[in-house]
Design a protein around this ligand. Sequence first.
Ligand code: GCO
Length: 256
Amino acid sequence: MSARTLFDLTGRTALVTGSTRGLGRAIAEGMGEAGASLVVNGRNSEATELAAAEMRAAGLNARAAAFDVTDESAVMAAFAQLDSDGIEIDILVNNAGIQHRQPMVELSLEDWQRVIDTNLTSAFLMGREAAKRMIPRGYGKVINIGSLTSELARATVAPYTVAKGGIRLLTKSMAAEWAQHGIQANAIGPGYMLTEMNEALTSNPEFDAWVKSRTPTGRWGRPDELVGTAIYLASRASDYVCGQLIFVDGGMISVL
Ligand code: GCO
């Protein structure tokens, strides 16, 4: 295969969970520009339809699939709908996630469970349904979105950290079971990125200064800076890469 086509996603269909905004939107648009057809996902049907329409207006091949990735029956119904529409998912990006910042001694079980369900269990549910269909085809790419907190903890974000730590080992579990079927499962660990989820942090002068001093690159990352790694892990260029977590973090995880 020529190096020129290694990263070409033409002919592939990518489903990116939580892709109406933020990191998921940037990854979906980048994969679309690399040739993939897109299935845009979000919980809210209006926002999901709007995002897909905006992507189509930008020349991308995009369709909406609004459903709650934490709801097993909704996930199974969504894949059944894709089946009946003849849509085969070649690339699954488990990006959907929420944040909840609160000290553990004040944290309710409900909030703990909500974060674990959204940030970790959804990746199992989506991965299971996608893999059931990828295995007979002998091909698939699963990309889970981790975090710096897949490796390191920060006070007040325990459920998020535990979920993202779980993502790191779920990725390896997927590799252990699915690599033999031609499916590569890997993860991306974004650093501190300029997203809506982090607005409370970017607007906090002390936290903003900490991120800039703690990150060797000296700044927050932009969502579009994940696109190259996402395309790499979605393409033939990574056919012999499994179970890896690639940090895109300006160097933060690598230095004291
Ligand atoms: C936080 C942030 C982080 C980042 C990212 C870092 O409250 O510390 O939300 O969790 O979003 O996950 O890799």
